[in-house]
Design a protein around this ligand. Structure first.
Ligand code: 13P
Length: 251
């Protein structure tokens, strides 16, 4: 079985001081962990966190977004090439908060994934249904449509991506998908990836949405859950370490 990937998404949280003490505590507690780990930090702190992570190999650096454009007059955007300058390994693309608040479409998200891949950065492509979608029985249709756009644009290197299933209704709400609900959707995504590439086994499919120290082990034990994308619980070293420990046990 492949090693789990435990990725923290700090969202718009942190400060120079808070980042330094959080990462120090995570690094101090991480001896013997047997999983891949990443922290996806606000862009303003990429340079700081690159330095804080220098000289160790457990925790990789990630961004929370990447521009769909390569270079030029796009005020406020950050290109994949710029991220690469700071040794960024992962870039979250298509997080539901960006789809919702920045009107990102499936096509834009697919282009962002393409930009990341061409710079040698692994996109963590987020998909997930809203509560209304789920209640209307459209969960499968929505996540399949979101992933299809990525496959359409990135088919030739689709085995290089990471997918994160994040049901929108579970994000920041304390409501977690049950392990069975999550596994059901992960199996759908796995089948879709299998149809797209003979290398689908190497693609990690993460679960995100109120994953915490108490529920991580059960979620990570599911057959098609290869890790977690963690918001709130990634901001507390003890919680994040507990999730890393759960990911190490189920490796
Ligand atoms: P929470 O873990 O805070 O629910 O956030 C999940 C998420 O959106 C990670 O990208």
């Amino acid at each position: 079985m492949k090693q789990k990937l435990i990725a923290g998404n700090w969202k718009m949280n942190g400060s120079l001081a808070a980042n330094a003490s959080l990462l120090q505590a995570v690094l101090d507690g991480s001896k013997g962990m047997n999983c891949h780990v990443a922290v996806c930090v606000p862009s303003a702190y990429l340079a700081q966190v690159q330095v804080l992570l220098a000289g160790q190999s457990l925790i990789a650096l990630g961004s929370q977004d990447v521009s769909a454009q390569e270079v030029g007059a796009f005020t406020g955007e950050i290109s994949a090439g710029m991220l690469k300058d700071f040794a960024v390994r992962y870039a979250i693309v298509g997080h539901s908060e960006r789809r919702q608040y920045h009107a990102e479409t499936d096509a834009t998200v697919a282009l962002k994934a393409q930009r990341a891949l061409s710079a040698g950065i692994t996109p963590i492509v987020c998909v997930g249904e809203t509560l209304a979608d789920r209640q209307a029985g459209q969960t499968e249709e929505v996540v399949r449509r979101q992933l299809a756009a990525i496959i359409h644009t990135n088919g030739h290197c689709i085995s290089e991506i990471v997918v994160a299933y994040e049901p929108v209704w579970a994000i920041g709400t304390g409501l977690t998908a049950t392990p069975e609900q999550a596994q059901e959707v992960h199996a759908v995504l796995r089948a879709q990836l299998k149809a797209a590439t003979s290398n689908s086994d190497r693609i990690s499919i993460l679960y995100g949405g109120s994953m915490n120290a108490a529920n991580a082990a059960q979620l990570l034990a599911q057959a098609d859950i290869d890790g977690g994308l963690i918001g709130g619980a990634a901001l507390k070293s003890t919680d994040f370490l507990a999730i890393m420990a759960a990911g190490s046990k189920t490796a």
